[in-house]
Design a protein around this ligand. Sequence first.
Ligand code: GDP
Ligand code: MG
Length: 122
Amino acid sequence: MYTLLSGLYKYMFQKDEYCILILGLDNAGKTTFLEQSKTRFNKNYKGMSLSKITTTVGLNIGTVDVGKARLMFWDLGGQEELQSLWDKYYAECHGVIYVIDSTDEERLSESKRAFDLPLDPR
Ligand SMILES: Nc1nc2c(ncn2[C@@H]2O[C@H](COP(=O)(O)OP(=O)(O)O)[C@@H](O)[C@H]2O)c(=O)[nH]1
Ligand SMILES: [Mg+2]
């Protein structure tokens, strides 16, 4: 009976969890995207003022509930020395969002290189 009830409870209330990586160069707008998503989808979340977002050091994790799914966003630092860590996270994640600052034309090629990086044979 317990198994039946706990199974029913899980079916009704437990959310499927998915991990989504947010990648891109530093200053591309990754943390801003995450804050905007949290503000939009989490009812009681009072988003931090966009002007207060500073450079992400290490990993910034945010959770967003959409319907029956719980999305865990991993906002990774985009600085060059951190880019080599990106592929360590691929095995753990279900999806990747790659953020590009389309107004920063000077860094578009750098962004492409970083995007291609994990595909390089080592
Ligand atoms: N105008 C404008 N500024 C943005 C946008 N997204 C991010 N920014 C600004 O770009 C800077 C870097 O954003 P941030 O989210 O910290 O980038 P991250 O390093 O990729 O996490 C911040 O000053 C943001 O306010 C956008 O869509 N439009
Ligand atoms: Mg950031």
